[in-house]
Design a protein around this ligand. Sequence first.
Ligand code: MN
Length: 329
Amino acid sequence: MRKYQSLLNSLEKYDSFLLTTHVNPDGDAVGSLLGLKYILQSYADEIDLVVEDSVPEYLSFLSGTEDIYLSDELANTERKTDYDLVFVVDCGDLERIGKVADLIPEGNKIINIDHHDDNQEYGSYNYVDSTVSSAGELVYDLAVELGANFKKDFGMAIAAAIITDTGNFKFSNTTPKAHRIIADMLELGIDTKRIIKEVYQRESYGGLKLKGKVLSDLKLAGDRNIAWASVSQQDLDLFEVDWEDTEGLVNSIRGVKGVEVGVLFKEVAEEKIRVSFRSNEYFAVNEFAHQFEGGGHPRAAGCTVMAPLAEAEERVISKLESELGVKNQ
Ligand SMILES: [Mn+2]
């Protein structure tokens, strides 16, 4: 049974597509978006790619990123707004597309392609599978079902999606199929070393110093099974770095021996704290994040707390301590 049958049956009827993904796009978001563009190109007269926030610098080596619009830019062009189909990738909730929502007329057909297990099924068509490694893997499946002719650019986009979402095959969402897809793409001649270099070997001097400071303040909580740290605006200013330089920090925190949950608090504005959660074995951080109107995956999730940093830390860590205590009993 082909999973995209319903879409395949009607795809020929449509010819203008809007492709979008979540705010603060990551490797899976950008890779899926570009991969989707390559396979839909032959069906559409018009394809626009749009995201609320700009593509992070570490992903700009992927060809095609230069053609991704910011939602504010697209809103100011004469482009059409009534796209036949809107494809949303890597978003559990439609709110995750941010201001892109203002570009989509009420009732527009939406294709939801996602791998978050708390997906809200907001699409006219929902292709949601939380057992896959990444949204990129779902885009790959669509390409296979469409009989698409794979090119290197497509391969690089899908490989970037899979490699980044699995933490270079380290995380628990790494599947045999994720490896097989990369193997296929390697046979196509893609350069995975380039992806690793651009994504993981790009530490700036200030960024590494920032991580040093943040980690020197690392704290343990609960039954020493919670590790957490915070990054303030002041820290960023001190080392003249930005939020991109905190990438990977929460995974280091989760890596402490004996720790189940790693938490990183980021003071993105005075009373606006982004909280990232990572867990190792059993604690579903997406369910936990729901209590703070966040979400994500069982082993990687996040939320935003509108409070001063110290208050956000106290609220989240004390709640986490009580829940991890309960689950341990
Ligand atoms: Mn993803």
